[in-house]
Every structure is written in structure tokens, then in C-alpha cells.
Design a protein around this ligand. Structure first.
Ligand SMILES: [Zn+2]
Length: 63
């Protein structure tokens, strides 16, 4: 049996402080934008109705 390395899926994390989004497997310790230890919300979209943009449209900041 060949061992296949499992690549963790990329998640989209949104900073609860400044709204910055980071796409990586795990949420960062500190936000690269506001440089705070923010709470990062997982806004990764797994549903086809948001267009596979990688982010749930319902969680996007309104502009
Ligand atoms: Zn931030």
C-alpha cells in the first residue's frame, strides 16, 4: 500500500476584528492586517449555491 500524504483542505478564515480573510488550513495566531490576536471565523463555503468562491456569501462583509 502506497502512502499518500493527506493535504488538509484550505479554509477561509475571517478576522472578527477587521474582516480580513486568510486562506489556509488553520487560522493564524495573529491577524496579518490588524496584528491583533483576533478570533478567526471559518467562512469556508462548502455549498454550490455560493458559487465556489471559497467564501460563504452570507458571511461576506457588506460594502
Ligand atoms: Zn484583523
Amino acid at each position: 500500500m502506497a502512502e499518500t500524504p493527506i493535504t488538509p483542505p484550505e479554509n477561509t478564515w475571517k478576522c472578527s476584528n477587521c474582516g480580513n480573510t486568510v486562506v489556509q488550513a488553520a487560522p493564524p495566531q495573529t491577524c496579518p492586517v490588524c496584528r491583533q490576536k483576533c478570533e478567526f471565523l471559518n467562512v469556508t463555503c462548502y455549498q454550490p449555491d455560493c458559487g465556489f468562491t471559497g467564501m460563504d456569501n452570507r458571511l461576506k462583509p457588506a460594502k
